[in-house]
Design a protein around this ligand. Structure first.
Ligand code: UD1
Ligand code: UDP
Length: 358
């Protein structure tokens, strides 16, 4: 029984880490195939080093490009490796172009596909991630739904019941495995001179936000206003995509403290100690919820509705006044909600299911 773990971007490395650790712990026959969609040290190498992950056996070095370029290049590369290595199962995680390309290439070779984090839907097909999720789910053999809600979505799309497994989300495993380390190592907060509960943390990089000058500009103004209104520094570890767009659109993130992307332990530490998180990231919405830090989501929809239902999150969209209103509301929230994403043993279940069949 041989498993290929296909990954290519920051969130996939973080969320596959517990799965890789479990494959290692059980001495399973597996290898990691990196697509190279992310390649900058701050989005890639730093996580392999810090999380002590084994080096990928293959790196396709696909790099950046249009959606078709990225997806096509990765499919061609993945196919070659799969033909040579002949794994029994290919595991992919999430909703990036690497995920879709990996899943499609495997499915066409009649290799079983396991989709970690299956059944998420924003119901917004303008988002590339939504197209990737739907297509990946529908060519997968094992659908690892993080919650009962995700399972129900898959059922409604007529996916065979026996293919769906509610496992929890591996982000809980990743947070639990690393939180103590993050708390002990106070470097990130110290180097930014931050004090617990006295700053806001922002991430903002999604295509629908930062590739639209007006929308990006409006969100930046909203964030600066939130900082002013509540007299707190707003820390923005910025994704390279957003750096490029700031420059192209001539936008000035006035009033925000823009810093380089952080490593995982540093980011977890900043998240766990923030007064409020404001984000358009999927993983960050989940982590804030798990860490009981209130979250304002800078989007019109979310494929993580569980976070809103438990009271951890609210959708603000891109309107300046609405971002301020939502921040004010979430600052008053009692931080006593339950984590809806599982018990931190998702990876254990996933590896058991692919290796033992249940
Ligand atoms: C991708 C995912 C997105 C996910 C994000 C995680 C898709 C469609 N999107 O978006 O869902 O939230 O990863 O961070 O797969 N760049 C670098 N260095 C890198 C990688 C990218 O500088 O290592 C820059 C390049 O200018 C590139 C741009 O970022 O053109 C966008 O990269 P890309 O991988 O296409 O999409 P992300 O925005 O990273
Ligand atoms: N993250 C990080 N450093 C940062 C920003 C984010 O380590 O500076 C981590 C964060 O903890 C989360 C993941 O990156 O686990 C989220 O990835 P991203 O926002 O890039 O993608 P998305 O979840 O939106 O697909």
């Amino acid at each position: 029984m041989k498993t290929a773990v296909v990954l290519g971007t920051r969130p996939e490395i973080i969320k596959m880490c517990p799965v890789i650790r479990e494959l290692e712990r059980r001495h399973e026959d597996y290898f990691v195939l990196h697509t190279g969609q992310h390649y900058s040290y701050s989005l890639d190498g730093v996580f392999f080093e810090q999380l002590r992950l084994p080096r990928a056996k293959f790196n396709l070095e696909a790099g950046s490009g249009s959606h078709a370029e990225e997806t096509g290049k990765i499919m061609v590369g993945v196919e070659k490796v799969l033909l040579a290595e002949k794994p029994d199962v290919v595991l992919v995680e999430g909703d990036t172009n690497s995920v879709l390309a990996g899943a499609l290439a495997a499915a066409k070779l009649h290799i079983k596909v396991g989709h970690v984090e299956a059944g998420l839907r924003s119901y917004d097909r303008r988002m590339p991630e939504e197209v990737n999720r739907i297509l990946t789910d529908h060519c997968s053999t094992y659908l690892f739904a993080p919650t009962a809600k995700a399972r129900d979505i898959l059922r409604r799309e007529a996916i065979a019941e026996e293919s769906i497994f509610v496992t929890g989300n591996t982000i809980v495993d990743a947070v639990f495995q690393n939180l103590e380390l993050a708390k002990e190592n106070q470097d990130a907060m110290a180097s930014l001179q931050l004090r617990t509960g006295e700053y806001f943390l922002v991430t903002l990089h999604r295509q629908e936000n930062v590739d639209d000058a007006e929308r990006f500009g409006s969100i930046l103004k909203g964030l600066a206003e939130v900082g002013r209104r509540f007299s707190m520094p707003v820390i923005y570890p910025i994704h390279p995509r957003s750096v490029k767009r700031l420059e192209r659109f001539g936008l000035d993130p006035l009033g925000l403290r823009v810093v380089d992307p952080l490593d995982f332990l540093g980011f977890l530490q900043l998240e766990a100690n923030a007064r409020l998180v404001l984000t358009d990231s999927g993983g960050v919405q989940e982590e804030a919820c798990i860490l009981r830090v209130p979250c304002v989501t800078l989007r019109d929809n979310t494929e993580r509705p569980e976070t809103i239902e438990v009271g951890a999150n609210v959708l603000a969209g891109a309107n300046q006044a609405e971002i301020v209103r939502c921040a004010e509301m979430m600052l008053k929230r009692e931080r006593n909600w339950q984590n809806p994403f599982g018990d931190g043993r998702a990876a254990e279940r996933i590896v058991r299911i692919i290796t033992e069949g249940s």
